[in-house]
Design a protein around this ligand. Structure first.
Ligand SMILES: CCCCCCC[C@@H](O)CC(=O)SCCNC(=O)CCNC(=O)[C@H](O)C(C)(C)COP(=O)(O)OP(=O)(O)OC[C@H]1O[C@@H](n2cnc3c(N)ncnc32)[C@H](O)[C@@H]1OP(=O)(O)O
Length: 677
């Protein structure tokens, strides 16, 4: 019973019974772990092997903490390892003769678990896994494999079953099913059967309908799982049998294809205009914008740069000037391009007529290229503050160049009148604080009137809000006449400060819009040097109120780690890295799982820069730089490439998470994605 005795009585009795019934049999007393000793004599005597029943078993029952390594290993050796080794040898013979039946004796102890049998249960369930795979691998050579979990009387179970049932639980009641599964007329394979007492049933895996707890907008959290856990476990609602690994994979694939863009945010009222959790979970698309020197000049003109000014502003408006440059607040332009393209933020349905620009923080991470560049901008929501009557929220925009390097960040603080009171927090977490000006006379002051038509010029740089031009809209928004863009006033102040401190470029700017400015008003920019910063305020001379308060600027850029000219090579390096990664992951074994030819096209400047082909059709699973036909083509655009380079987009995830443009068979590309992951 424990694998320690040496009696051969049981085997001899069976041989005698078979012979008495007119059959031919031979007892073999070898330990099943010595496979040659078991199978060698069979092949010698009979020259063939049609059926293998891995039935030998021992027990080493102990409660879990008392199982010794030896108890574990002895069980594994006899039940699992011996079944593997014997099956492997038998499989070779059966495959060659194109006939074979293998039965693995499993146990309900493994299928359901049983106290004191952790070792035995693990081995018995291991046999189910072995059976499933042998069934798949053997099918085409007529080698079929099934598992039987008997409830039968044996020396191992005679103390378990009540004595009056012993007769009905004899092996005579189990053997018929096992023999049927071994018969040449039976095509069953990969089945798991319970049998005993002349009764038998087939088992299968059943899955709940399941629940999708992720969205495309952000990575799922533990809380997302917790919220859906009952649904994940609910067998009452249309449970499904899952018959193969293919079906199991397709269920996940189908779930991915049904994944919603935005989350159903927990804690939000789904009917409310303001849904803070939903807004904060939003992950924007990437908005691409290419500017030229004309955009730079248009912006600089919009914030008052002029050749007529004393301090030689030609450098802001003439592209042939040696020091031609955008003002640092030019950073606002790609952000406004993104605002226009992205439209309403999910979870923030605000009345446009109630919007006022509240504050703005700009950070430049490297100087702008004055001649032009391609920028890719993404947005996310920061704070959403309930100010009682009003709503204040911040949005952060990051703009990167083609190498994926961060060029500038913008933090908008938007003040929405009369849309507070939604039950949100007033605790700000990410908004950059304004800094109050000191209580002393400013170190420098600069005064300038804003021409009456300035808003009409400024709006061409990306903020077409009718509040600044359309008298009817302005009145609807509660103003007698159109007011100036806050960022136009801001740009004036930045120009004043940069002119005052021309030696070092400005690299960060913050300001709060305290009162509206009207075209024609005179702006007075007051500056205070404060260590490395310059603090500033903008006053409205006519009304003698602050238009911008709490303003500060910082100067200078940190040394770029990259030497100039490295962008081309970094792009090439990254392409090579992606290629190498893919080559590493695709191997011959992949071919069985996914069949198809996949092409990747890396674009540069909208044109094909490089392509490679993953061929899982030719039986080898090769990755090559060839350019032939493909079942599906995955196109890596300039901006996607930039995002991968910037580490914002995981290449594998991007290729197969539906973010890349795919021509051809989408499901096939998702399958390849799963395989590579
Ligand atoms: C995605 C991004 C999209 C951005 C789109 C921008 C589009 C542009 O085209 C729009 C514009 O350019 S509008 C023009 C520029 N802005 C302005 O002219 C606004 C001027 N400011 C005001 O009128 C008042 O300060 C006013 C009305 C804003 C507030 O005044 P009050 O109602 O008197 O407020 P107050 O009682 O002083 O304070 C209430 C709470 O609000 C906070 N707060 C005040 N001013 C703020 C401001 N400018 N920005 C942010 N928060 C501000 C206060 O701190 C206070 O909060 P708390 O109660 O917690 O202390």
């Amino acid at each position: 019973m424990h694998g320690e005795g040496a009696s051969s009585v049981a085997a001899d009795e069976v041989v005698a019974q078979i012979k008495a019934a007119g059959g031919n049999a031979m007892a073999n007393y070898a330990n099943v772990c010595n496979t040659d000793d078991v199978l060698g004599p069979v092949m010698e005597e009979y020259g063939k092997l049609d059926i293998l029943i891995n039935n030998a078993g021992i027990l080493r029952d102990r409660s879990f903490l008392r199982i010794s390594d030896d108890d574990w290993q002895a069980i594994m050796d006899v039940h699992l390892t011996a079944s593997f080794k014997l099956s492997q040898k038998a499989f070779e013979v059966m495959k060659a003769q194109k006939y074979g039946r293998i039965i693995n004796t499993s146990s309900s102890s493994g299928i359901y678990g049983n106290f004191g049998q952790a070792n035995y249960a693990a081995a018995k369930m291991g046999l189910v896994g072995l059976t499933n795979t042998l069934a798949i691998e053997g099918r085409k050579n007529n080698v079929l494999c099934n598992a039987v979990a008997p409830q039968a009387l044996s020396r191992m179970t005679e103390n378990i079953f009540p004595a009056d049932l012993h007769e009905m639980l004899g092996p005579q009641f189990v053997a018929p099913l096992t023999l049927y599964l071994c018969h040449e007329d039976c095509n069953e394979t990969g089945g798991v059967f319970e049998t005993g007492g002349g009764y038998s049933s087939k088992l299968r895996f059943q899955s709940t309908k399941g629940a999708l707890f992720a969205t495309k907008a952000s990575y799922p959290t533990v809380e997302d799982v917790a919220a859906k856990f009952d649904e994940i476990c609910n067998f009452d609602d249309e449970p499904e049998a899952v018959e193969s690994i293919h079906e199991a994979t397709m269920r996940i694939m189908n779930a991915i294809s049904e994944m919603p863009d935005a989350p159903e945010a927990a804690g939000d009222d789904p009917d409310a205009d303001i849904q803070p959790n939903k807004a904060k979970a939003w992950k924007s698309d990437i908005v691409n914008w290419e500017y030229t020197h004309k955009d730079v000049i248009l912006y600089n003109l919009g914030v008052g740069a002029s050749p007529m000014k004393d301090n030689c502003e030609l450098r802001f408006i003439y592209e042939n000037h040696d020091e031609f440059q955008p003002l640092p607040s030019f950073a606002i332009v790609p952000a406004f391009k993104a605002i226009a393209e992205l439209g309403e933020t999910p979870g923030l349905k605000v009345n446009l007529a109630n919007i006022l620009h509240g504050e703005q923080y700009i950070k430049l991470h490297k100087p702008f290229d004055a001649d032009g560049a391609k920028l890719s901008t993404t947005a996310k929501v920061g704070d959403i503050l309930d100010k009682g009557k009003h709503l204040v929220y911040s949005t952060d925009y990051e703009s990167r160049d083609e190498d994926g390097e961060l060029v500038c960040t913008n933090q908008f603080v938007t003040f929405v009148r009369n849309q507070g009171g939604f039950g949100g927090t007033n605790q700000q977490e990410t908004i950059v604080e304004p800094i109050d000006a000191p209580d002393r006379e400013p170190d420098h002051t600069f005064e300038e009137s804003v021409p009456l038509g300035q808003a009409a010029l400024y709006r061409l740089s990306g903020d077409p809000n009718p509040l600044h031009l359309d008298p009817d809209f302005a009145q609807m928004a509660g103003f007698k006449v159109p007011i100036l863009h806050g960022m136009c006033t801001y740009g004036y102040a930045v120009r004043h400060i940069q002119n005052q401190y021309p030696e070092t470029p400005i690299s960060a700017i913050k300001g709060r819009f305290s009162s509206p400015v009207l075209p024609g008003d005179t702006l007075v920019t007051k500056m205070w040097k404060d260590g490395e910063k310059v603090l500033f305020e903008v006053w409205n001379k006519e009304s003698n109120v602050k238009a911008i308060s709490g303003g500060f600027v910082e100067f200078g850029f940190e040394e770029s780690e990259k030497s100039s000219g490295s962008s081309e090579s970094s792009r090439a390096l990254l392409t090579d890295k992606l290629f190498a990664e893919m080559s590493d992951k695709v191997d011959a074994s992949s071919v069985n799982k996914v069949k198809g030819i996949f092409k990747f096209e890396i674009m540069e400047d909208g044109k094909l820069a490089k392509s490679w082909v993953v061929d899982l059709k030719n039986g080898e699973g090769s990755v090559s730089e060839s350019d032939g036909k493909a079942d599906c083509t995955i196109i890596v655009s300039d901006s996607d490439f930039a995002a991968i380079a910037a580490g914002e987009l995981d290449a594998q995830k991007a290729f197969f998470g539906g973010q890349m443009k795919i021509k051809g068979n989408v499901m096939l590309s998702q399958k390849l994605g799963t395989l590579l992951k």
